[in-house]
Design a binder for this molecule. Sequence first.
Ligand SMILES: [Zn+2]
Length: 498
Amino acid sequence: MKKIMTLGLISILAAAGTLFAAEDVNPLLIKVKPAKITPLKKEALAWVDAAMPELSKLNDEIWRAAEVAMEEYRSSEALASYLEEAGFKVEKGVAGLPTAFVGIYGSGQPVIGFLAEYDALPGLSQEAKTAKNPVKEGAPGHGCGHNIFGVASVASAVAAKDVMARNHIAGTLKVFGCPAEETVEGKVFMARAGVFDGLSCCLQWHPSHDNSVSLGSSNALNQFEVEFFGRTAHAAGDPWHGRSALDGIELTDVGLNFLREHLQPTARIHYVILEGGGAPNVVPDHARAWYYVRDIDRESVEKDYERVLKVIEGAAKMTDTTYIIHFKSGVHETLANRAGGEVVYANLLLVGPPAFTDEEQAFAKDIQKSVGVEEKGLSTKVEPFSLPEKSWGSGSTDVAEVSWLTPTTDLSVAFSPLGTPGHHWSAVACAGMSIGHKCLAVAAKVMAVSCLDFLAQPQTVQKMRDEWTARKKGKEYKSPLPADLSAPAKLKQEIQTP
Ligand SMILES: [Zn+2]
């Protein structure tokens, strides 16, 4: 009800149009002034500028490697080596994940985390060109810009370390190499293993269409596969001897589609059938499907999931088949942090959005033309900082797990042409050239100087932690994973789009 009134107020004020400047009509807007430049921040910004040739090379190397979830051996090695050379102590293969690592520098409080991701997406191979043009047809590509993500996070920590070392600043930096974000898994296993324990706060970012800091959440999720087992038979000769595993899947899906009506409007269920038999004239004795159950928070997902399990059981009874559930991963809803967001946003205003050249804007517009969207180029502004219009998100992310273990900040920096789809060849094209490099530099700078603020302002970190404690509402982190589920060594199935 309160939400409806708020949105109603916005539309009334918006209808007043010319009477108000855009900023005045948004009651959700939070006013934040640009952060002040300090000598230490100047040092960090200069470090990033000086390192850009090397960082761009590393960015392009990971872009070319384009390794999918749980296969990011070269990418994680490249980032871990970079940290080691910069004086970080690196532990590889943490939490039973061969491509996960933690790089540590310094000692004492505060302990500041940085999240780095580096997995690519299957089938998105693309040259740094303005029309669809795979480097290798069907090969993976960095359609979510995780090559920039990994390098900028590592660079921001090294920039902060450089300032700390030269100015004898106490504190600990921890860079987390997080594999398999695209399958929403890496950080969930790392969280369960205690890898993120003991942080004062954590910085994370993502390459995007815009330059912003979000206070929104994301959906909690359970994802799992169901395998049905039946009995094969000649589909015309003696079908009465057959028990169709595919029927098990189909009746599960019919049941779920009826179930939707009686779940909260925030619930989302989606599925794909991965295997449904070989030929119509053979009763399939084996079938497999992959399901997502999402909702506004962990408790809701768990309730929805219980009901989904009953539908599966019912389908097995109806078809006289058996089934196994393979739980793959689960995540929480993200806990936003306004106190931390204000620091990062003030520093985003200080650093400013990427300054794209006319050629880069022309490159982006050519892409928009190829894709068939309005030729608006790349974002050149910083979006307003505001409270979210709704308290839940559409997608899911394993960053949510970290946000339940320590106050975690958000940041988006533009690299994708406006209006182009996510997880798309156009994003791959921009991530492997100067547009991606400019995004990288801004993200690295904003996170580095935000880290310096956290090091210098224990009161801000305390405020973030107080807010985080309040947002948890007395709940402690409990892994969504079953205790007996081991970390995936390698994922075989197709990728999803969180
Ligand atoms: Zn991503």
